[in-house]
Design a protein around this ligand. Structure first.
Ligand SMILES: Cc1ncc(COP(=O)(O)O)c(C=O)c1O
Length: 368
């Protein structure tokens, strides 16, 4: 049996006739750019999130960059975020000439620790980007309270968390702007790159749409500098087939996560925990484990897939060396980076898969 970290092909097999028909329909229409599927998907995602506006774009990374461009973030500005995230969160801040200012994480949820944010706010701070890492919502109430107190914007990086909720409301609906990724391995994944930017602010939506289209509302008349960032009609058509399954797929991930935790009971490791007011959608099932690198090598020898998200915190990445980050700056993040290990997580996991994976982990610890 071949175990896989993600199984996009297996999932496709269940919905193949509908996906193939949607693809064929777009191919026959010739409307590869801005076809009707894009607007339809935007409406359905906005509705799903309880938001007024959603605009497709080319990736989750673009969603973050376009959100910040629309808020006028640029050189001299600071944006507060977590150092324990995928590089895109801070890369886009840097690309706009602004400075990512990191705040250490909460050791339990791995998300930005709201208790540490206020100390990082300066007169140059423009926005906070909480990341709902692994599919677990960041603690939004205190973040929103601080943003309001200091007049800051909030951009939610929900690339890993579409469908997760915090106090009964879906993430993406708390900040000024929410950013979504449809990267194939995401809980709602396209068959290529894709992203979406959501907001309740009509003016911001208009500005983001303009930025996506080279800064123009009317073709060949450019009001501001923009980029070329569109969600392909083909991807939108595929996502329209997949979107109605999202809640069931998220539930399947939650069930698999519960089984992992049950099966691993007794092993000396810390399973992911879900805060009482949160619904986790388990984009990743991430443990904190002792002797992580030894365990990873042991699993590799046995062809058991696993991954480390993320081995190097952003303040220690070479690409951000100009910011002068040093080891020891964010000890909770650095400890997490040394201890986390993610197990296969997707909608096609079976009891047999889960038993093989967890038996290997238990055997590793029993033998030592
Ligand atoms: C937390 C986070 N932010 C942003 C992104 C960027 O999304 P994309 O790959 O669609 O550009 C990702 C995707 O991997 C992510 O995990």
């Amino acid at each position: 049996m071949k175990l896989q970290m993600v199984d996009v092909v297996g999932q496709y097999q269940h919905i193949k006739p509908e996906v193939d028909a949607a693809v064929r329909r777009v191919l026959d229409s010739g409307q590869f750019i801005n076809g009707p599927d894009v607007g339809e998907l935007e409406c359905s995602i906005a509705g799903y999130l309880g938001m007024k506006f959603a605009a497709g774009c080319a990736s989750g990374t673009d969603a973050l960059q376009i959100a910040m461009m629309a808020l006028g973030i640029g050189p001299g500005d600071e944006v507060i975020t977590t150092p324990f995230t995928f590089v895109a969160t801070a890369e886009t801040i840097g690309l706009l000439g602004a400075k990512p200012v990191y705040v250490d994480i909460d050791p339990v949820t791995f998300n930005i620790d709201p208790r540490r944010i206020e100390a990082a706010i300066s007169p140059r701070t423009k926005a906070i980007i909480p990341v709902h890492l692994y599919g677990h919502p960041a603690d939004m109430d205190p973040i929103l309270a601080l943003a309001q107190k200091h007049g800051l914007r909030v951009i939610e990086d929900a690339a890993q968390a579409l469908g997760a909720s915090y106090r009964g409301k879906r993430v993406c609906s708390f900040g000024d702007i929410g950013c979504i990724s449809f990267f194939p391995s995401k809980n709602l994944g396209a068959f290529g790159d894709g992203g979406m930017i959501v907001t309740n602010d009509q003016a911001l939506d208009g500005r983001m749409r303009m930025i996506c289209a080279h800064g123009s509302k009317v073709r060949y008349y450019h009001e501001i500098l923009g980029v070329n960032s569109r969600l392909d009609t083909l991807q939108a058509a595929i996502l329209r087939v997949k979107a109605p399954h999202l809640d069931a797929w998220n539930a399947a991930r939650r069930n698999a996560a519960e089984r992992y935790t049950d099966l691993l009971r007794g092993a000396p490791l810390t399973p992911p925990s879900v805060q009482p007011h949160c619904e986790h959608i388990f984009h990743q099932y991430t443990l904190r484990v002792p002797r992580r690198d030894e365990l990873a090598a042991y699993l590799k020898e046995r062809a058991i897939p696993h991954a480390i998200y993320y081995p190097v915190p952003l303040h220690l990445q070479q690409a951000f060396s100009m910011s002068g980050g040093r080891k020891g700056d964010f000890p909770v993040t650095e400890a997490a980076a040394a201890e986390v290990l993610s197990l296969p997580m997707h909608t096609e996991l079976t009891e047999e898969h889960l038993v093989i994976i967890t038996d290997a982990i238990k055997t590793f610890y029993a033998a030592r």
